[in-house]
Design a protein around this ligand. Sequence first.
Ligand SMILES: Nc1ncnc2c1ncn2[C@@H]1O[C@H](COP(=O)(O)OP(=O)(O)OP(=O)(O)O)[C@@H](O)[C@H]1O
Ligand SMILES: [Mg+2]
Length: 627
Amino acid sequence: MNRQEENTVKNRCFTDFDGKFRARLAAVVPRYFSGGADAKLTGTSARYQCRVKIEYQKDLMGLLEEGMLLAVRNFKQVSDGVDRYTLMEISRVWPEHFGLRGLSDHGYYPMQFEIIEQSEADWQTDDTSTMMIQIDAVPINYDLIMKGNGEFEFFKGFSYPVVGSPAYLLNSGMINRIYNKRITDQLGIDALRTVEDARVDPRLGLVKMFEANKTVIPIYVDFEKLVRYHFGVFAFTGGGKSNLTSNVLRRILLHSENTKVVLFDISCEYSFLLLDLLADPVFPSKIVLEHSVDSVEQFFNSVVKPREYEDDERIKAGLQRVMKQGKVAYYTKPKHKVPKYIQFLDELAAQRKDNIGKPHYMNAIDKIHDAVLAYMEENGLSEGQEVNEAFVRYIDGVAREAVEQFRVHDKSGLYAWATTRTTILDVIKNKREKEKTETGGLTTENIRELVEDESTRLVCLSISDPFTIKELAIALTQELLSRRKRKFQVKPYILLVFDEAQEFIPATGDSSGIDKKCSRQVEKILRQGRKYGLGACISTQRIANLNTNALQQLHTYFVGTLPRPYDRLLISDTFMIDKGILEKTLEFAPGEWLLSSYIATGIASVPIFIKADNVEKEIEKYLKNNA
Ligand SMILES: Nc1ncnc2c1ncn2[C@@H]1O[C@H](COP(=O)(O)OP(=O)(O)OP(=O)(O)O)[C@@H](O)[C@H]1O
Ligand SMILES: [Mg+2]
């Protein structure tokens, strides 16, 4: 490549902020992973870290930011006219003053102050002999290959950069290309024409980079991959988790056809956060409340709103429209507990434990057990389903016959169990009669039907009682999963959203009863769901006491400010994000996020800082247009 050609290609890829950025790679520091003794170095897949030194220029500190990408020529062999660069992400930027470095703590105090004071003015100059800027950067395991004809491509792989050679800064066009190209091509949209309006543009927000230059770079994700491979939202309270979650859901629902959403809304705020969608007559959705509401007043009061909207009459009007469209229902708890097949099997297992040492009892139990399994298989039933009358009559016959055949003593527990199964028939009958007289409420089964029907896109379960919503979460997800398994069905995708996820997936070690059961069940969805098109979103403020098996299943995560070091350590370890890069989240305002994904962004596992679009603007627009 001749010099002229080289310069044009570089101009297309790199920026030097109008000649202000002149940098060289000063050192490559290997990282060791043995035993994790040096905890500072965990949480990244990079094998080394880079130190870059930049000639001082007074505007530069305001332009450089963590998250920007650098390119440095590397040692890999290439053919003539081709350049190959190692890409690295800036994890830390700081200014250094030569005079201050030499300042001794032991010096005469007025002298120390004198030197410090004098240095202040230096920063306003471009004096490269007293100041410089240093950068720590971590390789992202991608190479940039630049060809003479002006073309370039990215190549995944490990390489060592040449120490001492110039470091170049990737420009906004390249950043857009790296993070978005794959996705915008797929969606057939032009990133240059991005707008905030959720109905027009599927973007999640803007990349937080080159802001000082007033350059706008949108950020897009692959919704199908986001949903299928699960995602997590982690931030301190007030960090904007619910805002972001509803922003993501809105864009998914508006810009993909094959996805339904089930929202476990324990804090009852999504009727507000998704009001524009819920009130849209052409958007099929349902809100399921804890109790029936008779008036819009009641409904309005049950919805949690941001402070500025607490007395807003326009919201009441919006909710009224939702009600008028028949989109509000309430949940009826199962009152008559009809046993499920799993319970039958569990009871038999308990009998088996009680009767160890009596082989003929075991034979009887095996016979009944096999009959239950055979019945389920023949009729395509799953463990989580309630038993029906036909089954009860059938198994009653089998059980009576078995205890006779194997001479089970008529005073034994097993005998009593086996000869009283028909009592379940009464429970089934009672339940049926009760359901006939109660109208309007939705049972778990009704909700499941709603989720699986042709048209419904969104089911919002706004139930604030933790016990009730957990019970519903367990039953509903069990049923959805087992039905999908039986039908080998993957589409449409169903996204299960757990806001305040600490309620649903506590660490199983410290929990018991329904908490533990719920945690296990959601973990199961996370482990097995993607095979069957069931995705999950986990949003929470503290990840320290969560079920880590569940967390490890997330392929995409949004991280906001997490003030506790332990939470950041856990994120860094679980998701392999460099600690230095994570520290940046401490300075975030609400709505700012670090986004990283193994699969749903345009480039795998390269964290990026973004500013999510604010959902309240979307709601405000709706309220204005419908006033
Ligand atoms: N993308 C954003 N842009 C601007 N402001 C935002 C953004 N996201 C959130 N906020 C502001 O932060 C406030 C809190 O947001 P939100 O309720 O979503 O936080 P949260 O993390 O869910 O809090 P909690 O832990 O209480 O559930 C919002 O009322 C809003 O004013
Ligand atoms: Mg919230």
